[in-house]
Design a protein. Structure first.
Length: 490
């Protein structure tokens, strides 16, 4: 048995943190706690990111041109030309993370044709719901000015923009990822999460190849964090669906849920809303109606798989909750479904979410990194709804926080909790400790609770300073999973 002495913070079931002076670990689990305020190492439970794209974090770190934070079209052009010079002829130039609010404009087809002629270019917006392509990329994909938009998507050929499910029309022409590619991305992404104190995560969407990559990593004992993986039911650009995944559960990997998309992104004004967006107009894209969500989700619901549906706008949230209510009426099973993002709920949606007992999974860090987009596009009267975390607390919802990285640059739960506490668009913030507790809810993702209570997994984070006293300066110096060090900063 091993004793870890220091200032050990352990939350109770209500999310209140209490200090202990030591923690005992035996066979990977917490064997006991010694009451009292200690000194030395500052220890918290390992964090859970309830909605993150682990493999995409790794892909952006290793293979893609990272465009997050690029501040002008001129800077973007310079980065694209640099990448172009380093690629073999004919190879796709792929990037992710542009934001027109930071660039001062959209990198449309004309811009990309001028900057990188003679090579297919595809740049994914930070939200991953809008993609910018040059003429070579559209030609490789077989798109023409007469190509119709698919259901739940939009092709804007003249601008070179592909919205929502229209991305699938170009994705088919991209080089095919392999299981080995996915394995490499997952490991790189997981290492990055560990550096921020995250010991478990929900992988928010996986195709069959990615599912196989996760299973193979788990079988070989290579997964450094615990992951719950959502299997995508319907790929972009397709009307067919993937088969339901076979349930899988081990110490490090769980496959027990499926993913649907009901609308687009809020920062790019494609989430389905009931009032027109400012500046760009329109009411976004509703990708699935309540009836469609119900029909797609019912087989999974009957199998005991939880359904996690992307729904940001008030219209999409309402449709999804109505579908979930119909699922429970059709088959009253003890399956707790989720609404991913839950960005613009109104009073009716808050009440229905509580009545159904579903999980809401918002991203507090959006309030910091995507704030300018929200202020620019949100319909009149919607600021008071936008990721109003305090209102979710008062409504008594089941809430788990997340980052949705690599949509954002900052994956740290400490920074997310600070955004929840200090950067609300309306109303008051959520107290820092309460917000931090929302990053300790692995049960929202079908994983075992791990909050350093006796009997639970010894997944923990050691900080350079006390996060409750110095949250901006606190740095992750060591991370343990099952009581074994998996990350050390020096």
């Amino acid at each position: 048995m091993r004793r870890i002495a220091g200032r050990i913070y352990v939350p109770d079931a209500q999310g209140r943190f209490f200090p202990y002076r030591a923690l005992w670990v035996r066979e990977g689990r917490v064997a006991g706690l010694e009451p009292g305020r200690g000194e030395g190492e500052v220890v918290l439970p390992g964090f859970h990111d309830a909605h993150v794209h682990v493999w995409k974090v790794g892909q952006l770190l290793t293979d893609l041109l990272d465009l997050r934070g690029v501040g002008s079209l001129e800077e973007l052009a310079r980065l694209l030309r640099e990448r172009d010079r380093g690629l073999p002829p004919g190879v796709w130039l792929l990037g992710r993370g542009w934001n027109e609010a930071e660039l001062g404009g959209v990198p449309d087809r004309g811009f990309l044709d001028r900057v990188v002629p003679g090579r297919p270019v595809l740049l994914t917006r930070t939200c991953a719901h809008i993609h910018a392509a040059n003429t070579d990329a559209l030609r490789r994909a077989g798109l023409t000015p007469d190509t119709p938009s698919p259901p739940g998507g939009e092709v804007r050929y003249q601008e070179g923009l592909l919205l929502e499910r229209a991305y699938g029309l170009v994705e088919r022409a991209l080089p095919r990822r392999t299981v080995e590619d996915y394995r490499r991305y997952v490991l790189a992404g997981a290492r990055h999460l560990l550096s921020r104190g995250i010991t478990s995560a929900l992988e928010a969407g996986a195709d069959p190849l990615l599912l196989e990559a996760y299973r193979s990593l788990d079988r070989e004992g290579l997964l450094p964090i615990r992951v719950s993986v959502l299997a995508i039911l319907r790929p972009d650009g397709e009307e067919t669906t993937y088969p339901l995944p076979e349930p899988y559960r081990s110490d490090r990997l769980v496959i027990a849920g499926v993913k649907l998309f009901a609308d687009g992104g809020l920062s790019g004004a494609s989430a389905a809303v009931s009032r027109p967006y400012r500046e760009v107009g329109g009411k976004g894209v509703l990708r699935l109606s309540a009836q469609e969500v119900f029909e797609l989700a019912l087989p999974a619901h009957r199998r005991g798989l939880f359904v996690a549906t992307h729904a940001i706008g008030d219209v999409a949230i309402r449709e999804v909750l109505q579908a979930y209510a119909a699922l429970y009426r059709e088959a009253p099973l003890p399956v707790r479904h989720r609404v991913e993002h839950f960005g613009l709920p109104g009073p009716r949606e808050l009440a229905l979410a509580r009545a159904l007992g579903v999980w809401a999974v918002p991203q507090p860090i959006f309030l910091a990194e995507l704030r300018a987009n929200f202020l620019r596009y949100l319909p009149e009267g919607f600021l008071s709804r936008c990721y109003n975390l305090e209102r979710m607390e008062r409504a008594g919802l089941r809430v788990a926080y997340s980052s949705d990285a690599p949509v954002v640059r900052e994956v740290s739960p400490l920074q997310g909790a600070l955004a929840a506490a200090r950067m609300p668009l309306a109303g008051g913030g959520v107290p820092f400790g309460r917000a931090l507790f929302r990053y300790l809810r692995p049960e929202a993702s079908g994983l075992e609770a791990a909050r350093l209570q006796p009997g639970q997994r010894a997944d923990l984070v050691v900080f350079s300073q006390d996060p409750f006293r110095h949250p901006e300066e606190a740095r992750v110096v060591r991370v343990e999973v099952d009581g074994e060090t998996v990350f050390s900063d020096g």
